[in-house]
Design a protein around this ligand. Structure first.
Ligand code: NAD
Length: 488
């Protein structure tokens, strides 16, 4: 395979770097400095068609291997991720702007996702039962064919890894559409899969924007689409691909509420909430975005402010993705201030010395926010937390329930009954008890509720096995003489 140049990022189709025929491209900009890293092609339907043909050509022999044979390549890929860990950390840090520590956590989580795929032969065994004497029913998981994954900018390696290892290990051939603002880590992933021995055409990358996403939703030979991104686009992709009779799971945006009770372990809660709201510069779908302070929780708010002030751009806080994102986040803060909310910690107008072209916002804490303000309701996707004061746990849960989203919710308390009340009544797919970022570890699956996810399946874990396969049910009369086959 050719070495990927950082001056041009093309497509990866059938084991080859392929230019796009569209003639369109986009600058890839490092959020750390504002410098141009590469130019990525913005592909069209003809490029996609080429990728689908390559995937279709690879499918018969790839799906004809046993699951145990296929995962040998994932084992080697996992080792390569470990060997290239430092280089991947640097790539993610540079193209996405998160800190090297956060990029390291991303690579490590990617490795864990590979480990789940490596364990599939232990999980995906056929079920067989003798249903009548001499007659067996067998259920087996079969791949779907050519499938696609469309991913966002905030985890350039890890979010692709939610879909790619499981989908291909289960026998599918895949087309990945990376985020056009961070295509470099995904291209490196393609190189490492090839180095691990993955046959050409099993994994393909088609770079681009809206045009290629719509082409994926419309392509008649693509059987299933996983999507991760904002709710507005998740709805478009879910509706368009299911209207074209594809299977789709589409993960959307989030507005995660933390309910903080006065009895919470104050130091732990404060550092956990500060880390949740500011990790990856708040650009995580699991980030704490609204905190509901129940009763007198002032001592926890004070400590949270102290913790947030220790987090500083250029030291232990990364950049936000673009100048437009910085402007959007600052607009939300200013609007809340104008509406009467109190800015306790202000992260606007942040610059990092020597990186004046980068896009930085320091942690921001906004108090006395009312539930109808935009900072309370909308996804900000920056290191900002809106504090809503509440008199009761019931009211706090009602506020959480009123959010159209439902990715994560968390409660901070030492009282088991209150924790249980929130666990049972919060309307979110992933719940934390004294955990600010309640991401389920493998093998438990990842996925929200409400407008944070469309489609029946979660994107990882056991749920993803059902998503990327179809069931074949076979009834076998081994002994032709058996007369106990009651159906015929
Ligand atoms: P985005 O929705 O803008 O983009 C996601 C993908 O959709 C990209 O590949 C992009 O090229 C494509 N896209 C963008 N506009 C499109 C359009 N008009 N038509 C068709 N395709 C389009 O999201 P983003 O800004 O890259 O990522 C941030 C969002 O992703 C946040 O809302 C965040 O909450 C969400 N996210 C959700 C999860 C989750 O698990 N629920 C995980 C990570 C990120």
């Amino acid at each position: 395979m050719q070495t990927i140049s950082h001056t041009q990022t093309a497509n990866y189709i059938g084991g080859q770097i392929q230019p796009s025929t569209s003639g369109r491209h986009l600058d890839v900009i490092s959020p750390l400095t504002g410098q141009i890293l590469s130019q990525v092609v913005l592909s069209n339907a003809a490029d996609l068609d080429q990728a689908v043909k390559a995937a279709q050509a690879a499918y018969p022999s790839w799906s004809g291997l046993t699951l145990k044979e296929r995962v040998q390549i994932i084992f080697r890929f996992r080792s390569l991720l470990e060997q290239h860990r430092s280089e991947l950390i640097q790539l993610i840090h540079t193209e996405n702007g998160k800190t090297p520590d956060e990029a390291a956590a991303e690579v490590d989580k990617g490795i864990e996702l590979c480990e789940f795929a490596c364990s599939l032969p232990q999980i995906v065994a056929d079920q067989v039962q003798e249903v009548s004497r001499g007659v067996e029913c067998r259920v087996s998981h079969k791949p779907l064919g050519v499938v696609a994954a469309i991913v966002p900018f905030n985890f350039p390696l890890m979010v692709p890894m939610w879909s790619v290892p499981n989908a291909i290990a289960l026998g599918n051939c895949m087309i990945l559409k990376p985020s056009e603002v961070v295509p470099l880590s995904a291209m490196r992933m393609g190189e490492l899969l090839a180095q691990a021995g993955l046959p050409a055409g099993v994994f393909n990358i088609v770079n681009g924007d809206r045009e290629i996403v719509e082409a994926i939703c419309d392509h008649p030979q693509i059987q299933a689409v996983s999507f991760v991104g904002s709710t507005a686009i998740a709805k478009v992709v879910y509706k368009r691909s299911t209207a074209n009779l594809k299977r789709c799971t589409a993960l959307g945006g989030a507005k995660n509420h933390l309910i903080v009770l006065p009895d919470a372990a104050a130091d732990m809660a404060a550092s956990n909430i500060a880390a949740s709201m500011s990790g990856c510069a708040g650009q995580r779908c699991m980030a704490a975005s609204a905190m509901i302070a129940v009763g007198n929780s002032q001592h926890i708010i004070d400590k949270l402010c102290d913790e947030a002030r220790k987090i500083q751009a250029g030291k232990n806080l990364g950049a936000v993705i673009s100048a437009a994102a910085k402007a959007r986040i600052e607009r939300y803060i200013t609007e809340a201030e104008q509406q009467g909310a109190k800015i306790l910690v202000d992260g606007r107008n942040t610059f990092v010395e020597g990186k004046e072209g980068g896009f930085y916002v320091n942690p921001t804490i906004i108090d006395y926010v009312s539930p109808d303000m935009a900072v309370a309701k909308e996804e900000i996707f920056g290191p900002v937390i809106a504090i809503i004061r509440s008199n009761s746990i019931e009211e706090a849960v009602r506020i959480e329930n009123n959010s159209p989203y439902g990715n994560a919710a968390a409660v901070f308390t030492q009282n088991g009954a209150w924790a249980k009340y929130v666990m049972e009544n919060a309307s979110a797919g992933m719940i934390g008890v004294n955990v600010g970022v309640p991401v389920p570890r493998e093998p438990f699956s990842f996925g929200g509720w409400n407008e944070s996810k469309f489609g029946a399946h979660d994107i990882t874990g056991h749920s993803s096995i059902e998503f990327w396969t179809q069931l074949k049910k076979t009834t076998i009369k081994w002994n032709a003489e058996a007369r106990t086959n009651w159906m015929s």
